[in-house]
Design a protein around this ligand. Sequence first.
Ligand code: FES
Length: 113
Amino acid sequence: MADDTRKLCRLDDIPDGEGKSLEIEQDGEVVDVFVVRQGDAVHGYHNICPHLGTPLTWVDDEFMTFDRKYILCAMHGAEFRIGDGHCTAGPCQGDNLDPFPVELDDGWVLQKP
Ligand code: FES
């Protein structure tokens, strides 16, 4: 059974190919993170663009390019690989999103310990 203290959301709460905005508490502070679903896999990142250090999106859950192949920063159009957060296009090309490790257990997306 999934560890309640690490539960973020249900996998079914995230449409396949989309992202989901989440707020977590870390060291007494609220931190914005997001997870992207690809089938039965999820990838998590902090919601901070390496270009200017701002959130990637102005609208909750809107993290993807139109073709759903990349994570998009809405500010200046940087594109990041879903699997490892590496920036492949845009003003911070070569930089990486800060990972937020997640895992799946019994249909739950969990924060990795
Ligand atoms: S702040 Fe993300 S591309 Fe500029």
